[in-house]
Design a protein around this ligand. Structure first.
Ligand code: ADP
Ligand code: MG
Length: 618
């Protein structure tokens, strides 16, 4: 190889500019040159396979397709070798000497007529130049598959131009040597992790310094019928970093409107519940088995962040950088298609095995609730996936909103819910009394956030969602206690006694066993919501302005009836009792701030009670 035989070629000015862009700004991560060169090697091997099956005469026909990478820290080099179709002198000039001239694209055009299922990764004609992000010099040795050709050496610094000279005898294929600026990418460990990350599923063996590093198959590109449950499980454990089997899996392929191959799983556990912190999306984006973006943000809505798996789309430009990826129109389109499909899938799983679905919902339900609150477009579809206990389910069993609606009696027009610390507390709540009497179903919410979710949802199946406390319901019962006038007079008395502490006081037609109940005056806030807000604000050290709830009294309750009688003979005692009734209702709602005043009063009342019948103390 004497320098005299080397032909020099200069890059054109535009190409030099373009090269500058590729090297300095197209790719955010330098490490992706490994992905690009391996993808080229895989393409070259794929093309060779195609030529072989179509009966072309091939130089060294027995050399098996294989990709090898070797690193040399001392020499500061990394070398990529493949036994693919190689390049002739003319192809080296056309393919490597011209930016945006993709030999892969030309090859694809050629074979299109033959309806091949050959899958090539490159289509854009700039990936090769990513080598110059890390290398000050790149040397390509190539020997075409065509019999009668020669080997050639192509060399360039990626700045001014390149040289080509004869190489004498070479094996078929291409060897690319990168003379690196520093040793980072000459370290075997670093390179191994990069190959595993981006190229693990490339369908040819990739050796690193003589050892095969890609061992897992790209199951998502196979037909469902070719994959066993055990294969799926193993694959999930690998890509999901999990030791347990997944709950559900979705393997689906579509060609329109986008080409998508998807294999996603629902893990058995949601780590957010343990770590109390928000998880990251765990679905990786591939293009023809090559990783484009790990944990692809924007690929799925955030409320589906519990999913793990792979989405592969041939429509993705391989060389697009991460920043441009996230808000590309293509990404939005993918997101749209995937979200719809996943919603349908979860709904199918819920129907197929309700108990298993309940397990799913216990782990991941909070993400779906977040979706209902934040994702207006899919709100109704996500709402169908929610599950709640209700007054009509057995303890521990759940219902969907759809089933709730199907059970609604004709005279019920709204969907009711009640937030309480437990099912028992909900059933014993004064707010529940009217529903029990009317036999209207009430959803029992147990998570503090659930009420906010319901409030955001507003309607389901065109029926308003109403907090039990806000329901405008009356019991059609004969009055057994106070007359309307007496009840109104007592309400006025109580209002005067409580003064600034209370909003309105009125007689209620919704209570059965309880003497009174507090109701938030603001139509958007319930007492339970107030309690949650208070907890949150206390945690943040803020002071919430004192609430001034309304009080509803039960005119049929014996205590209320007596209170009306006694207020005319013993106003002081009646005032104490009125305050106690109010405080008791606050306690029931979990809203009593400081029990000290209440305890003092209660003690006074007890003392009076004992003094009435027993001997006086002292
Ligand atoms: P793309 O892969 O998108 O076509 P690249 O810049 O990565 O663009 O590569 C340009 C062209 O160079 C390829 O299309 C291919 O024709 C040729 N090429 C690159 N690497 C190899 C290789 N290892 N073997 C054969 N041809 C190659
Ligand atoms: Mg390429």
């Amino acid at each position: 190889m004497s320098t005299t035989t080397a032909e020099k070629h200069e890059f054109q000015a535009e190409i030099r500019q373009l090269l500058d862009i590729v090297i300095h700004s197209l790719y955010t991560d330098h490490e992706i040159f490994v992905r690009e060169l391996i993808s080229n090697a895989a393409d070259a091997s794929e093309k060779l396979k195609f030529l072989q099956t179509s009966g072309a005469e091939i130089f060294q026909p027995d050399a098996a397709p294989k990709i090898s990478v070797s690193t040399d820290e001392q020499a500061k080099t990394i070398t990529f070798t493949d036994s693919g179709l190689g390049m002739t002198h003319g192809e080296l000039i056309d393919n490597l000497g011209t930016i945006a001239h993709s030999g892969s694209k030309a090859f694809l055009e050629q074979i299109k007529a033959k309806q091949s299922d050959t899958h090539l990764i490159g289509q854009f004609g700039v990936g090769f130049y990513s080598a110059f992000m890390v290398a000050e010099k790149v040397t390509v040795f190539s020997r075409s598959h065509q019999p009668g050709e020669h080997g050639w050496i192509w060399t360039s610094d990626g700045r001014t131009g390149y040289e080509i000279e004869p190489a004498g005898e070479l094996d078929r294929g291409t060897k690319i040597v990168l003379h690196l600026r520093d040793t980072e990418f000459a370290q075997a460990q670093t390179v191994e992790s990069i190959i595993k990350r981006y190229s693990n599923f490339v369908p040819f063996p990739i050796e690193l310094n003589g050892v095969v590093v890609n061992t897992v198959q790209a199951l998502w590109t196979k037909n469902k019928s070719e994959v066993s449950d055990a294969d799926y499980e193993e694959f999930y454990k690998y890509i999901g970093h999990d030791t347990e089997a997944p709950l559900f899996r979705l393997h689906f392929n579509a060609d329109a409107p986008l080409s998508i191959r998807t294999l996603v799983f629902v893990p058995g556990k949601n780590l957010e519940l343990l770590t109390m912190s928000r998880g990251e999306p765990e679905v990786n984006l591939y293009c023809r088995k090559v990783l484009i973006q790990q944990r692809a943000k924007g690929l799925m809505p955030e409320w589906l962040r519990f999913l793990r798996g792979v989405v592969d789309s041939e429509d993705l430009p391989l060389n697009i950088s991460r920043e441009t990826m996230q808000d590309s129109a293509l990404m939005r389109k993918l997101n749209e298609v995937l979200t719809k499909r996943v919603l349908k899938w979860l709904d199918e799983e819920a129907k197929a095995d309700p108990e298993k679905y309940d397990r799913f919902f216990r782990e991941h339900g909070h993400c779906l609730k977040e979706g209902v609150a934040n994702d207006y477009t899919h709100r109704e579809a996500i709402a169908k996936l929610l599950r709640f206990e209700s007054s009509h389910t057995e303890a521990g069993k759940t219902t969907s909103l759809t089933d709730y609606v199907s059970r609604m009696p004709a005279e019920q027009t709204e969907i009711y819910y009640l937030l309480a610390p437990s099912r028992e507390a909900a059933e014993a709540s004064p707010y529940f009394e009217v529903f029990r009497e009317k036999k209207f179903e009430v959803l029992f919410l147990t998570h503090p956030h659930d009420e906010f979710v319901m409030d955001h949802m507003r309607t389901f199946d065109s029926k308003r969602l109403i907090a039990a406390e806000k329901a405008d319901l009356k019991l059609e019962k004969e009055s057994t206690g106070l007359s309307e006038d007496d009840a109104r007079a007592l309400a006025e008395f109580i209002k005067e006694s409580l003064a600034e502490r209370v909003g309105e006081v009125r007689a209620s037609k919704r209570l059965v066993g309880s003497p009174a109940v507090v109701i938030e005056g603001d139509s958007h806030i319930t007492t339970s919501m107030r309690r949650v807000m208070k907890m949150m604000q206390q945690r943040e050290g803020q002071e919430l302005p004192a609430s001034k709830p309304d009080l509803e009294i039960n005119p049929d309750h014996a205590m209320i009836v007596r209170l009306e009688a006694i207020r005319k003979t013993d106003a002081a005692l009646a005032k104490d009792v009125a305050e106690q009734v109010f405080d008791n209702a606050l306690v029931a709602a979990g809203l009593l701030e400081d029990p000290r005043a209440m305890l003092q009063r209660l003690n006074g009342l007890l003392e009076k009670l004992l003094a009435k019948d027993g001997p006086a103390a002292g």
